[in-house]
Design a protein around this ligand. Structure first.
Ligand code: F6R
Length: 615
């Protein structure tokens, strides 16, 4: 949700900003822009608002700027919240004197009242954005004679909402001032230069050391280093963290797009996520924890909170935790959890599942869970992300950076991590013997090779997608853990190909959705061999009777369930609770091909951003 980058120090140049924005583009691509300042006290701004072409055009325009004597710069890629995608609304935003520039990720919730106040004072606005309020607010403070740093400190106290922003001013050449509150922002350095950015990939090839900022911190960054201040104005510290992602992992490495690369990276991502977690018979370890096994033994309920694809991984975990621990598991969409009265106390374990670890709704739900006294654990992919730091314990998925907006490898890695959590809880609750846990762990670590077998079907799944590419509607049905897989299949298809797609529990079809079935619909049925196989076969019959096309995802030996003109995609048979790890892969591939056949950009679907840091 908007990507921001800033650089300051010897040899800074504008290409560092556009290169960084390239790696942040998954956060939004409604417009792109930058400002650079020169040692003689001049500044130049470039902005482009041309959808997905914005960054390429900005790169072209920026190439004309001489790198000589640039001392600092800020760049932004936008996902529009306040104000439609347009040039006037593109960041950076200037103040009236055009001596100060701001980029923001997040929302200034009280921007309207601040804007009225600033207009009354004579400030002239040239955009509809909330961000421009920050520029004028800073200008207003600086008119009283304070420094840029002091202006940011004072203005931050007046603004409500989750946001991170960076400002620079010609009255403070060579300084960037950043503010972070509930929206991601990290700092990096290579010794000569300092960087500030929304996410690690933006500066992965430039920085050698990386630091976190706490919420409500203000950071003044110059070529000599960083000074950080807490909300009360006192000096505070940044925390260094280790990044073991390689640059390669953030590049396409010969693939046509990130999404196909990341689909193929799934066996490795899952292997890394599972590796070395079993320490001693039946003992699964978290990465970081302040919750003891005794504390976990007192837990009598689990609550999983997540959004989107992460929610679907959480749903698989619900089935596994209930089955293996006999504890009740509640599951909630994060944005619902925080605004109702969830029944949570100190005997509840709240599990926040999030690839980015920054999704605002899930982060807020985690805060709420902590306020209610729950024990908390974060399952995140981004090391040191806000949720990872907030939760009492962390279980990392080790999927590496995921750049494609549609989550793929992090989804299967999340399911893997959550199944480990389920096994850990079952051990603590004494529901499974250590030898049973060891056996299930062994089955888990064999899953990556089963996923490889599905990846081999890449071309044949493309033919299936081609066959149905003109159909109007797609329904994914499944039972038990096949239901979250169906939901995920539908989400993948709609988010990258924009085709109407829904996921349903197969047994629910007859309670309404069946009315939508006709010859223009395709039904994709998750039919792995489980005790519910015959029931799903009956549901397939119901579909057939309504003339809809049928695609069955099933195991060897079940091919006979299909009739002439229908399609069977074989997936290896595995333990029923582990099946989502394998069964979701053909659906990802199907969605990918369908989007490509329709000429869509799979890495940058319209209206979406990968990390959603607004409510
Ligand atoms: C779908 C997708 C989104 C995310 C959701 C949560 O492909 O990527 O639905 O799963 O925005 O994001 P995280 O996992 O970062 O909290």
């Amino acid at each position: 949700m908007c990507g921001i980058i800033g650089v300051v120090g010897e040899g800074s140049h504008a290409k560092q900003l556009t290169d960084g924005l390239r790696r942040l583009e998954y956060r939004g691509y409604d417009s792109a822009g930058l400002v650079v300042t020169f040692s003689d006290g001049e500044m130049q701004r470039r902005r482009v608002a041309n959808g997905k072409n914005s960054l390429s055009e900005l790169e072209l325009e920026t190439s004309e700027i001489s790198s000589e004597s640039i001392v600092s710069g800020i760049g932004h890629t936008r996902w529009a919240t306040h104000g439609r995608p347009s040039l006037p609304n593109a960041h950076p935003h200037l103040d009236c004197s055009e001596r100060l520039a701001v980029i923001q990720n997040g929302i200034v919730e009280n921007y309207a009242e601040l804007k009225v106040e600033l207009i009354e004072k004579g400030h002239i606005f040239s955009s509809e954005t909330d961000t421009e309020v920050i520029s004028h607010l800073l200008e207003d403070e600086m008119r009283t004679g304070v420094t840029l740093l002091e202006a940011v400190k004072r203005s931050a106290l007046r603004m409500r909402g989750a946001m991170s922003f960076v400002a620079l001013s010609l009255d403070a050449v060579g300084e960037l001032v950043g503010f972070k509150r509930m929206a991601p922002m990290i700092i990096g350095t290579n010794g000569d230069q300092w960087f500030i950015a929304s996410d690690i990939p933006a500066i992965l090839d430039q920085a050698t050391s990386f630091f976190h900022l706490e919420d409500d911190s203000v950071a003044s960054i110059t070529k000599s280093g960083v000074e950080v201040f807490a909300k009360d104005g006192s000096r505070s510290e940044m925390t260094e963290f280790v990044v073991d992602w390689t640059l390669d992992s953030a590049e396409k490495a010969g693939y046509e797009d990130f999404m196909s690369k990341e689909i193929f990276e799934q066996p490795g991502a899952l292997r890394d996520t599972l590796a070395g977690r079993l320490r001693g018979s039946g003992e699964i370890e978290f990465d970081e924890t302040s919750i003891s096994n005794d504390d976990l033994a007192r837990i009598n309920k689990v609550f999983i909170v997540a959004c989107g694809t992460s929610f679907h991984a959480g749903m698989v975990a619900k089935y596994a935790i209930e089955h293996w621990t006999k504890m009740p598991v509640e599951l909630d969409i994060s944005s619902e959890f925080r605004y109702r009265d969830p029944v949570v106390d100190e005997r509840t374990l709240v599990v926040a599942v999030s690839q980015s670890g920054e999704t605002l709704d899930t982060l807020a739900a985690l805060h709420e869970a902590k306020n209610l006294g729950a024990q908390t654990i974060a399952v995140c992919n981004v090391v040191g992300s806000s949720m990872a730091r907030l939760a009492d314990s962390v279980l990392y998925t080790r999927a590496g950076p995921e750049v494609g907006v549609a989550a793929t490898k992090t989804h299967t890695a999340q399911i893997g991590a959550l199944l480990l959590l389920a096994l850990k809880l079952s051990r603590i609750k004494g529901q499974l013997f250590p030898s049973e846990i060891d056996g299930l762990y062994q089955e888990l670590i064999e899953i990556p090779s089963k996923i490889e077998e599905v990846l081999d079907k890449w071309d044949s799944i493309r033919s299936v997608a081609q066959t149905f590419s003109e159909r109007e509607r797609f329904y994914f049905i499944g039972r038990h853990v096949g239901f979250p897989v169906a939901l995920e299949g539908a989400l993948k298809l709609k988010e990258i190909s924009y085709l109407p797609a829904e996921g349903y529990p197969a047994g629910e079809l007859k309670h309404g959705p069946i009315a939508m079935l006709d010859k223009n619909a395709v039904v994709i049925a998750m039919a792995s061999k489980t005790r519910l196989f015959e029931k799903i076969v009956s549901n397939i019959e119901e579909v057939r009777a309504r003339d809809s096309a049928v695609i069955v995802i099933g195991n060897s030996g079940s091919e006979s369930v299909i009739r002439e003109g229908e399609y069977f995609i074989e997936v290896p048979q595995v333990h029923p609770l582990l099946a989502p790890l394998v069964d979701v892969v053909p659906l990802q591939i199907f969605a990918y091909h369908m989007a490509r056949i329709h000429g869509e950009d799979v890495d940058r679907p319209r209206n979406l951003a990968k990390t959603v840091t607004v409510e």
